[in-house]
Design a binder for this molecule. Structure first.
Ligand SMILES: NC(=O)c1ccc[n+]([C@@H]2O[C@H](COP(=O)([O-])OP(=O)(O)OC[C@H]3O[C@@H](n4cnc5c(N)ncnc54)[C@H](O)[C@@H]3O)[C@@H](O)[C@H]2O)c1
Ligand SMILES: [Zn+2]
Length: 455
């Protein structure tokens, strides 16, 4: 907090560090210790640095911004006995008490994926009516093709005419990753940042899109080219939504779950290896309905580990400043593949094809044994995920890695499994290895093994 005066005789620069303290409602910069400790009612974590040279004066602002958000797994989110959807984001006990006591009606703007609305619309309105909420529900066709700025603007126009209190009335998004991403972007733009709540209704959004900070829409033919890093105030997760998700979309979510398993958690891998097919068949509903809150059952255990491992990787790197990201596994080649064959592959399917090839690369380098490689591929096939695609050519792989090199500080930064449930980042995998792995991958998997749940 003390002052720093540096005089560099060569450049004739005079540097000063200021702390910022609030005294009786006014912020003041201060260099010494004396006048702030005794009288300040608040000392900011921000700093101000002043640099004076012969040419110019520069102030540098260092202002740490802290994001706090909750990811809550709950049950019966739309049951009127559960007030999580309306009040679960509030952490301050006093604030909660005041709201509960006050006669002022709760006001909420809710955006719902149209397909989700068809199934859960009546339950949602019943729920909001039970709490006498003043609400507007906007049901929209939030498909990947509509994931655009136009859709975000449409939401913003409606939000604007509904007139929300930006501080206390978060926008609620209910749907898959597309809906959550568009609404998140709209909310981060409205009045520069309006709080929002995510309610994921697909498996992929449950374990992936709802737990992080990213929002976005597609732009200029590129996925998520426009977006922000603004987390929701809270994400409320209820597995029972998953029961109506089409089977192919469950497998799609399992791919992102397998990513976390291969990178970070052998237990999760073994769980998917043993129960992946059952989870697909039962749409994650079995232990949820039969065993209540027990965490020891495959469905809740798998989602729990997937969310926890994901949060471990995201929380210290919310704005993705660190480019060495294990969560990028499966995402080096898949974006180009996804765009190339659109709309024939879902996101998780493209990710799985990428991971399948990378498993061959790991094996070729000697990081994964033949047996481990085989176990991973068998697990993928058991979960009805594609392990090979004719569109994933060597040219596409090379081009993707070159693009990565250009956008990732001159390094490829390739996360690869080193054994099951552990990974490291590799920067200099040789072309020879990539080619040999590719040939083997095509030889062994181009006639994809039958994906069947029967033993
Ligand atoms: N923000 C992030 O960190 C992040 C992370 C991963 C993926 N994403 C984004 O998420 C998107 C993919 O998400 P997704 O796989 O959820 O796709 P999606 O939102 O398109 O949903 C898939 C389909 O399922 C339907 N659906 C949703 N919930 C349903 C339910 N409960 N019952 C029946 N049908 C239901 C939808 O109408 C849609 O047709 C991509 O755009 C991707 O970029 C974002
Ligand atoms: Zn992904």
């Amino acid at each position: 907090m003390g002052k720093v005066h540096l005089e560099d005789n060569d450049t004739k620069e005079k540097k000063t560090e200021f702390s910022l303290v609030r005294v009786k409602g006014t912020w003041r910069s201060t260099m010494g210790k004396k006048d702030n400790k005794d009288t300040a009612d608040c000392v900011s974590a921000a700093k101000l640095y002043e640099s004076i040279t012969e040419k110019c004066t520069t102030w540098t602002v260092v202002s740490p911004i802290v994001f706090t958000y909750k990811v809550t797994e709950t049950q019966d989110l739309l049951d009127p006995s559960n007030d999580t959807l309306l009040l679960g984001h509030i952490s301050e006990p006093q604030e909660l008490e005041d709201i509960k006591k006050s006669n002022k009606p709760i006001k909420r703007f809710v955006v719902v994926d149209q397909e989700v609305y068809k199934i859960y619309g009546p339950k949602l309105t019943e729920y909001l009516d039970a709490y006498n909420v003043l609400y507007k529900i906007l049901a929209l066709p939030t498909s990947e093709e509509n994931k655009s700025m136009e859709m975000a603007l449409k939401i913003l126009e409606e939000v604007n005419s509904f007139s929300l209190d930006r501080r206390t009335e978060p926008i609620i998004a209910i749907g898959g990753g597309v809906c959550l991403d568009i609404v998140g972007l709209a909310a981060s733009l409205y009045r520069r940042r309006t709080p929002y709540i995510r309610v994921p209704t697909t498996l992929l959004s449950y374990i992936d899109a709802s737990v992080g900070a990213k929002t976005g829409v597609n732009f200029a033919n590129c996925k998520n080219k426009l977006g922000t890093y603004i987390p929701p105030t809270a994400a409320f997760l209820d597995l029972s939504f998953i029961k109506t998700v089409p089977r192919r979309h469950i497998a799609n979510g399992l791919a992102e779950m397998l990513k976390m398993a291969l990178m970070k958690d052998k237990g999760l891998f073994e769980l998917l290896e043993e129960h992946g097919c059952m989870l697909l068949d039962t749409k994650f509903q079995v232990d949820n309905s039969v065993y209540g809150r027990k965490r020891l059952q495959p469905a809740s255990q798998a989602t729990h580990i997937a969310i926890m491992t994901m949060l471990e990787e995201l929380a210290p790197n919310l704005w993705e400043d660190d480019l060495n990201r294990l969560v990028d596994f499966g995402h080096l080649i898949s974006p180009a593949l996804e765009m190339k064959v659109l709309p024939s592959l879902l996101h998780g399917e493209a990710v799985n094809i990428d991971m399948s090839y990378m498993v061959y690369v790991s094996n070729e380098i000697g990081l994964l044994t033949e047996e481990e490689k085989q176990r991973v591929i068998t697990c993928m096939v058991g979960m009805e995920l594609p392990v090979w695609h004719e569109g994933c050519t060597m040219e596409l792989i090379q081009k993707s890695l070159q693009d990565r090199l250009a956008h990732s500080g001159g390094l490829v930064r390739m996360p690869l499994p080193v054994g099951l449930g552990q990974a490291e980042i590799f920067n200099n995998t040789s072309c020879e290895i990539l080619h040999r792995a590719y040939e083997k991958w095509c030889d062994e998997l181009s006639i994809s093994p039958d994906s069947s749940c029967d033993p």
